[in-house]
Each structure stands twice: as structure tokens, then as C-alpha cells.
Design a protein around this ligand. Structure first.
Ligand code: ZN
Length: 68
């Protein structure tokens, strides 16, 4: 087996960009409605490809999954 993807690094990189990029913040609030900027989209893709990290639970909740 290979080592698990370093989602901590991907998370950190994306969050850092996200905090400084109005376009990516808006896209995060409007899934499917707005697109992230090229830099943000690349970081986001890496972030998602890094596996299924624990912090993605917020995303599932927002998408209308099981309510707590
Ligand atoms: Zn951005």
C-alpha cells in the first residue's frame, strides 16, 4: 500500500488561498453556481483528490445529508 495522501498540506494550501480570494469564498458558498479562480480550482482539486478527510463532514452536512 502507498502512504495516505497528505491532505493536511492540501487543506492548509487551500484554506490559505481561500481566506484571501473573494472568488473562491463566493464559490464555496454557492456550489455549482460559481467557479473558483484557476489557482483555487487547482488547489481544490488537489484537496479533494487527497482522499476523504474528516473535515469534509461539513460539506456533506451542507449538501443535505443526514442531519445530526
Ligand atoms: Zn481563488
Amino acid at each position: 500500500m502507498t502512504a495516505p495522501p497528505d491532505w493536511h498540506a492540501a487543506d492548509k494550501a487551500y484554506q490559505l488561498h481561500h481566506t484571501t480570494c473573494p472568488q473562491c469564498r463566493a464559490a464555496g458558498l454557492n456550489p455549482g453556481g460559481l467557479e473558483r479562480c484557476p489557482d483555487g480550482a487547482e488547489l481544490w482539486a488537489t484537496y479533494q483528490q487527497a482522499g476523504d478527510p474528516p473535515h469534509f463532514t461539513w460539506l456533506r452536512k451542507r449538501r443535505g445529508g443526514k442531519k445530526p
